[in-house]
Design a protein around this ligand. Structure first.
Ligand code: HPA
Ligand code: ZN
Length: 327
């Protein structure tokens, strides 16, 4: 079988990776020791055993606990450098990286430590690993829009170091329209816009992400298959979906990888992409997602592999002249 080799070797972009979700248990313990942070788990193994999720919220609770070891600029640098090094081995040539500043500023960590650490790793990785990357600031949707505005304000001194904003955390009960005003402001500021929608939430959340927030990509979006008109809209407007198959499996969005709808999304002409979401928590980086999904869905073939790589560049926020060289 030659497909795994093709999937692994093909150049690709990763567009849905939460940098805090790349924090491996070993690094969580290393940073906890370095920073004198007390963890609720006694060992790397005990922590890993706790990674038994039943839905999005059960994951988020442990993901925010893991992020509590990040205190200093160097911690953010080390986390991002480890991800970029790992992604480069998967032939990811470009990554658009989410970060959750509110998870850190709420603990008294300065915005400058977060953004400077991540940005410095991004610069060093471009130079030393040949991988390009950009940052996307995510607002936590379980918090208020007022708090999102305050976070945007705090981040503005670093406006040159992130390219856009996103929306993540607990989806159900926190529809996109809750953030209409702050996304309108971000749009005026020239920021690129994305939002998680249709991971656990209904197609209506995808519609409002598009029509109210005016996002350019939908993160996850797999629930779109339940709405034929929405599928046509996504295809016609070439709105990309950043699909994360192993995440969907671990958070029980699909009971088995064999039931994942990636092939249906591609066959409907959607700009679907494959991504890792929170690789340290969901058991796989970019190529693990591709290889395991292709193994579970035998209808996916070499053309789909090429299409996914092509889509990842089309959907990226890299300037068209630069990305055409990759496509
Ligand atoms: N969904 C929502 N919020 C998140 C996720 C996700 O998959 N990963 C990290 N924060
Ligand atoms: Zn995500």
């Amino acid at each position: 079988e030659r497909l795994p080799a093709l999937l692994a070797a093909m150049p690709k972009a990763e567009l849905h990776i939460h940098i805090e979700g790349s924090l491996e248990p070993e690094m969580i313990f290393q940073l906890a020791n370095r920073n004198g942070v007390e963890l609720a788990y006694e060992s790397v193994e005990a922590l890993r055993r706790a990674y038994a999720f039943t839905d999005l919220q059960s994951f988020l609770d442990i993901y925010y606990a893991g992020a509590s070891v990040l205190l200093h600029e160097q911690d953010f640098y080390d986390m991002a450098w480890a991800y970029l090094e790992r992604a480069a081995r998967d032939h990811v040539v470009h990554a658009e990286i989410f970060f959750d500043p509110q998870t850190h500023t709420a603990r008294g960590v300065g915005m400058e430590a977060v953004i400077r650490g991540l940005h410095r790793a991004s610069q060093d990785a471009r130079e030393r690993l040949g991988i390009s990357s950009a940052l996307i600031l995510c607002f936590l949707r379980h918090l208020s829009e007022e708090e999102a505005f305050a976070t945007l304000e705090e981040a503005m001194p670093f406006r040159g170091q992130f390219i856009g904003v996103g929306l993540d955390s607990s989806e159900l009960g926190h529809p996109p329209e809750k953030f209409a005003r702050v996304f309108a402001r971000c749009r005026e500021l020239g920021l690129r816009l994305v939002a998680h929608a249709g991971e656990e939430g209904p197609p209506a959340y995808i519609w409002s992400a598009l029509d109210v927030l005016k996002v350019e990509r939908i993160d996850h979006g797999v629930q779109a298959v339940h709405d034929a008109a929405l599928m046509r809209r996504l295809a016609e407007d070439r709105i990309a979906l950043t699909v994360c198959p192993l995440s969907n499996l671990k958070l029980r969005v699909f009971p088995e990888l064999a039931q994942h709808n990636l092939k249906a999304l591609l066959d409907a002409g959607l700009v679907a992409t494959v991504n890792s979401d929170d690789p340290a928590y969901f058991g796989g980086y970019m190529n693990d997602n591709l290889v395991q999904t292709f193994a579970a869905l035998p209808q996916l073939d070499a053309r789909d592999a090429w299409q996914l790589a092509h889509n990842s560049f089309e959907a990226s926020f890299v300037a068209p002249d630069v990305r055409r060289a990759w496509q």
